[in-house]
Design a binder for this molecule. Sequence first.
Ligand code: SF4
Ligand code: SF4
Length: 329
Amino acid sequence: MRDTFPLLVNTDFPAVRRGRLTTLQANLGYRCNQSCLHCHVAAGPARSEEMSWATMSLLLRFADRQGIASLDLTGGAPELNPNFRRLVVAAHQMGLHIIDRCNLTILNEPGQEDLADFLAAKDVEIVASLPCYLEENVDRQRGDGVFESSLIGLRKLNALGYGLPESGKTLNLVFNPAGANLPPSQPELEAAYKEQLATRYGIMFNHLLALANMPIKRFGSTLVSRHEFHDYMRLLKGAHRDANLAGVMCRTLISVSWRGHVHDCDFNQMLGLALGEGDTSIHLATLLDHQFEDRPIRVADHCYGCTAGQGSGCGGALAVPQTASLEAF
Ligand code: SF4
Ligand code: SF4
């Protein structure tokens, strides 16, 4: 895999400073039951890295000390960490809002048959990848059979109330483009997804989050090998909007690696960029009483992926969307 960081490090991206810290995002490990082309952590079934219970306990202590509102669990497939449920139970008892970044197919894996019931019982918000409502497009991007398995997962979630009006159980879907283009208008795409998933398959969900692909890791490497990297960077930079800087996710979250090291966001974690402006890894254990507000954030050219067009972050589009064609995906 080609490392794109040397192509990103010399940057003219504007300086960004932190706001109030509200969200603790934790990568529970790189093991996944899928191996998607765009995966920015290069996760897959053969990866064995996983967060220990000692580090998870530290997450909970940190959340308590810093008055964190949300614990956002990611991976790989976070549910494959053997202590995933123990962490969710403890965080739920603390009153934290828990988000599980779920790939849907994990709900059908052997040994995970009761996972959907568990998540519902602990009021876990589910954010689930579904890059298209058409089977051939999903399977091309994520692997054969992924769409069918995702539908089975979605039906399980709907049966538990997820995605249904006034159930209080939130099911958000994530879209990212298949290639080197920006996502289309999030509200327009959400309307199309809602109509298509309801009429074709009887599936319901709350919101669609349209995310831009970042030019790093597996997707970045693919861009380089297809000689599309520089065109994609030109696209991102040309679509940059200063207004999006106020909403970039790194202003309100920190990202913790499976080892307990802290980064300004998940993308910086994957690039090995330490929190703030220094180059030395910082462990969560040293930050229990840290003052985050107004501290500088480490930026590089990949940050244009967050500020291009309607903007992009873990919560989807950042700003009032510009008009973009649905033909883009
Ligand atoms: S499901 Fe998610 S974590 Fe797993 S390989 Fe695909 S993108 Fe990566
Ligand atoms: S890539 Fe990370 S550090 Fe850069 S703007 Fe986006 S969230 Fe912030």
